[in-house]
Design a binder for this molecule. Structure first.
Ligand code: ADP
Ligand code: MG
Length: 325
């Protein structure tokens, strides 16, 4: 390796202990000792999440390290968002084939650009030589008892999703030359895959409003069914209401756009349930953060049903392509 392990930590990772221009006061001891020492404020609980990204499995082997770092942090921020937590501290487990400065500079820049606005401090980690792999562990805070779970929904609760769905899966198809898109639309779709926007502010705003929440990582239908099952419910999704981006609509037929939206993963939008009596509060609190769309509701009968053009049919989460054809 051109750079030794400790030189590498000092040069690239220690600077990520600060978030942009600021330092977190709740870090008593960060990178450089055997462990980090951190201060949990009174009357708060810690929410911990971890996600691993493996080269060739979670990102293409030739992906830009800037985007890899963004995604590794973003998917964890998205998990904290789904819990309603405020992100605070990160640990980074990094396996690297070689310590190439150009690669590391891009990686660190991608991390910093997302960590700084969310005020996430890197407080430790581990660095080894091996196939490219990033494991990120994030800690977040919630006032005691306020974390949003998947399990709090009830029949009659309305289901909402943030942003647009289906873009990331279409972006992957564009990258892999399985789908042709016009230049501008293609760039939008690929960007949504490589630079997902974790809905952290929305997640925190949903505390006390959403009865249940999950982030969409494996596909809207599958994740919605998980939320419903955890809440002891089934659900109906109004397929005609799914929020689809102009880029997706301009690239594929509407039926295909809906398949991407229901089955495609990696969107990292929030899917959440809201009791009808809290909808006015929801609209007031979410206004100005990100668009949200009501796409269905929880029901007492287990399982997934899809509704389109006035017809409702039972469906498997991955079985949408048979719907309506
Ligand atoms: P130890 O051998 O005691 O586990 P290391 O030599 O692995 O410690 O790490 C030295 C310090 O550098 C520790 O504070 C550790 O948390 C930090 N560190 C190592 N790798 C990373 C990384 N990829 N990102 C952030 N901090 C790291
Ligand atoms: Mg040690």
């Amino acid at each position: 390796m051109p750079l030794g392990e400790f030189e590498l930590i000092d040069r690239y990772f220690k600077p990520l202990a600060t978030c942009g221009d600021s330092r977190r006061d709740d870090v008593t001891l960060g990178i450089g000792d055997d462990g980090a020492v951190l201060q949990v404020p009174p009357h708060h609980e810690l929410v911990m999440v971890l996600d691993t990204l493996v080269s060739g499995r979670h990102f293409l082997p030739d992906a830009d390290p800037h985007s890899i770092a963004h995604r590794a942090l973003a998917v964890n921020l998205s998990d904290l968002a789904a819990m309603g937590a405020k992100p605070v501290w990160a640990l980074l487990g990094l396996s690297l084939p070689a310590s190439e400065p150009a690669f590391l500079e891009r990686l660190v820049a991608g991390w910093r650009e997302l960590a700084a606005p969310h005020r996430v401090a890197l407080v430790g980690g581990d660095t080894t030589r091996g196939p490219l792999c990033l494991t990120v562990h994030l800690s977040g805070l919630v006032p005691t008892g306020t974390a949003i779970r998947r399990s709090g929904g009830a029949p009659g609760d309305l289901l909402y999703v943030s942003g647009c769905v289906g873009d990331a899966a279409a972006g992957l198809a564009v990258l892999q030359s399985r789908l042709f898109a016009e230049r501008e639309a293609g760039e939008h779709l690929v960007r949504r895959l490589e630079y997902p926007t974790p809905r952290v502010a929305l997640g925190r705003a949903l505390r006390g409003i959403a009865s249940a929440c999950i982030d969409v990582s494996d596909g809207l239908a599958a994740d919605a069914l998980r939320l419903a099952a955890a809440s002891g419910c089934g659900l109906e999704i109004d397929v005609d209401a799914l929020p689809l981006s102009a880029a997706l609509r301009n690239t594929v037929a509407i039926e295909q756009a809906r398949v991407f939206a229901l089955q495609g993963g990696d969107d990292y939008e929030l899917l959440f349930a809201v009791p009808p009596g809290r909808v006015a509060t929801l609209n007031a609190e979410a206004a100005g953060l990100v668009d949200i769309t009501c796409i269905g509701r929880l029901e007492a009968v287990a399982g997934l049903r899809l509704r389109s053009a006035g017809v409702t049919q039972g469906a498997e989460p991955g079985g949408y392509d048979h719907f309506g054809s």
